[in-house]
Design a protein around this ligand. Structure first.
Ligand SMILES: C[S@@+](CC[C@H](N)C(=O)[O-])C[C@H]1O[C@@H](n2cnc3c(N)ncnc32)[C@H](O)[C@@H]1O
Length: 337
């Protein structure tokens, strides 16, 4: 008790408060490694937990991929998307590697392309487009891009920003809706589906993946960037990024919703995809830039191709059937492309 009081007094001393900031990180790391994190992670418990929870879910609880708690978080920042030095700075700079990754992967799969407009002729769906940070550069590469996001405020911000470039606006359309809302009308519509920094926010990753498969044309490409479910991702993706450096607002991420690349690959392969590439990404908070690295321990990007076995997968049909009556499209996805 006396020791506890002494520690409290020392910790609250002004000099100690200053020093605290510097020593905080190793202490936090120690705390997380030895106390907070469940050692079950080493023996694949998260995977087991995921399997159990998926098995327990009935179709009726699979009807939305949207988590209302996530929507509340994003609502607070809906007008901040285009502040390059603000809370979304890391997403702005991620474009430096994710846009070339998408472009070059597609170019390597195509025999021909139009100079200066390498993605022309491609229909892209940017799921969880937010304010359109990735939608716009993809449109500038010549693609027709549909950006969807369940949060209307995000879509308004995205539309406003794109409207400043009328030539680009012709190739981009936005819609406020969840992916499952458009699965039926946009069945096999897109050459490419992009879900960048989104799946760590969805309510049900497997439904989300199945819906991606449904809207993709056969042999279409899915690009995902997300955060691994590792100890280091807890330390750097949540503690350091949110609490210590404030790179993203506190509470942005929930470690439980992160997904290991092996688990994502397993989900994709069992839902009609063939995973082609998984690459590690690293953010340097000092330079504010991203680089590709040889391991996927924190952030990673993935490219998968839809195989022809999609049609055998029927659980999504149940979602579609149940959601039919509620579907009230504002604009038709197919007609606008
Ligand atoms: C971190 S932001 C990424 C935005 C954008 N993809 C980018 O990289 O600039 C995550 C976005 O996913 C959206 N989101 C969350 N849950 C979603 C869901 N179930 N379906 C589609 N989008 C979702 C949020 O509204 C938010 O705009």
């Amino acid at each position: 008790m006396a020791t506890g009081w002494w520690l409290c007094r020392r910790a609250l001393h002004p000099r100690a408060l200053l020093v605290n900031r510097c020593v905080q990180l190793p202490l936090i790391v120690h705390e997380l490694f030895f106390k907070k994190l469940n050692f079950g992670m080493f023996v694949g418990l998260p995977e087991l937990r995921n399997k159990i929870s998926l098995a327990e879910q009935s179709y009726s609880s699979w009807q939305t991929t949207v988590d209302p708690k996530e929507m509340k978080k994003f609502q607070l920042l809906a007008h901040k998307w285009w502040d390059e030095d603000g809370q979304y700075a890391a997403l702005h700079s991620m474009n430096d590697i994710r846009v070339p990754f998408i472009r070059d992967t597609i170019l390597n799969m195509k025999n021909d392309h139009q100079l200066g407009s390498p993605l022309s002729g491609m229909n892209i769906l940017d799921v969880g487009c937010g304010g359109g940070l990735l939608t716009e550069p993809l449109g500038r590469l010549g693609a027709s891009v549909t950006g969807i996001d369940p949060l209307e405020e995000n879509i308004r911000t995205a539309e406003l920003h794109t409207s400043f470039d009328p030539a680009l606006a012709k190739r981009i359309q936005y819609r406020s809706c969840a992916l499952e809302d458009i699965v039926e009308e946009a069945s096999e519509t897109f050459d490419i589906v992009v879900a960048s920094e989104v799946i760590e926010h969805v309510a049900d990753v497997e439904t989300f993946i199945r819906c991606c498969g449904k809207v993709l044309k056969p042999e279409g490409s899915l690009f995902v960037t997300t955060i691994n479910k590792s100890q280091l991702s807890y330390v750097f993706g949540i503690v350091v990024a949110e609490s210590v450096l404030g790179i993203v607002p506190a509470g942005t991420h929930d470690w439980e919703k992160f997904i290991a690349p092996e688990e994502l690959e397993r989900l994709l392969e069992s839902n009609g995809f063939s995973v082609k590439t998984v690459k590690g990404m690293l953010y340097n908070p000092l330079s504010g830039s991203w680089t590709w690295i040889g391991n996927t321990v924190i952030n990673y990007a993935l490219h998968a191709v839809k195989t022809n076995i999609q049609e055998q997968l029927d659980p999504t049909e149940a979602i579609l059937e149940t959601g039919k009556e509620e579907l009230q499209p504002e604009t038709s996805i197919k007609s606008a492309i």
